[in-house]
Design a protein. Structure first.
Lengths: 142, 142
DNA sequence: ATGCTTATTGAAAAATATTATCAATAAGGA
DNA sequence: TCCTTATTGATAATATTTTTCAATAAGCAT
């Protein structure tokens, strides 16, 4: 199911603002801050206000159409890749974002944590940071 | 080495503000926001300004005396537990924080990610969320 | 196509969170 | 005890996110 039907089925409307945002996020490799999204759309001629960017990010995120990731500096950035349960690798240099599945290996770790801490584990936050292939090339010449 | 010497050796001074903050963070099970720290210290009679809380959190964090964690809502909170490379489990209900070591199991996962994404992985962000033992008890009566 | 209902938008303002400035104070070595 | 300089508090400046509200537009029913 494409994102439009997903939104429609959830009772949301398909607006220009949402189309522009989805197009941008889908076609951008790097994770973008709300401000960057706003700026990029403005440069494309969009009149959309920053407020709508925030509001729609919330809607899109709620419907699993975009993910929030933490940039290396701790700030929030958004990206459209990835379906189902997955995680992200972010390039520390250019914020290029890739997704991957597989945190099954956690089962053992979670058991150990629960034994050690007496917590009941219910969820996790996992991201990797590194260098994308492009930035690795440039890194050589440092 | 206790935290005072650690700071001293790094060229920082031991001030009332820093002592109050360390005492508070060491004796508090839950992760605290800058605001909560400021409020708690004010209630103890401290005159410390919120600005100093922020500044000293930065200093203490830089010296690995406190850790920043992400609360379930994405906001930053601080806790003093844990030495060396470690991670945290946070209670979603009360923000109780426990630390654990062991992300060795990541070696395989990282190799897989690097193969899949062409990234060179250099670091990671990992936290678990769940219920602490106290909150599990209360959960039963929901 | 047309009208109606209501979600959505933009603009401005409010609320929050964080950082910078600078004179006054205090830590800690001489 | 003095001196140097990191640290502090108060204020202001930035940055970030949310709220409010009238105007607009999406999409269903006609």
């Amino acid at each position: 199911m494409d994102w439009k039907n997903k939104l429609r089925n959830a009772g949301y409307r398909i607006t220009d603002a949402r189309e522009q945002m989805m197009d941008l996020l889908i076609n951008t490799q790097t994770a973008l801050s709300p401000m960057q999204i706003h700026k990029a759309l403005a440069e494309q001629g969009s009149q959309m206000g920053l407020v709508s960017v925030y509001r729609n990010l919330a809607v899109l995120q709620e419907n699993d159409l975009v993910c929030m990731v933490f940039a290396p500096d701790g700030s929030a950035a958004y990206t459209a890749g990835g379906i189902g349960h997955h995680h992200h690798v972010l390039c520390q240099r250019c914020l290029n974002s890739a997704s991957f599945e597989g945190c099954e290996g956690f089962a053992d770790l979670i058991q150990e944590i629960e034994a050690q801490t007496q917590f009941k584990v219910q969820g996790h936050l996992l991201q990797f940071y590194g260098l994308c292939s492009e930035c690795q090339k440039n890194e050589i010449h440092v």
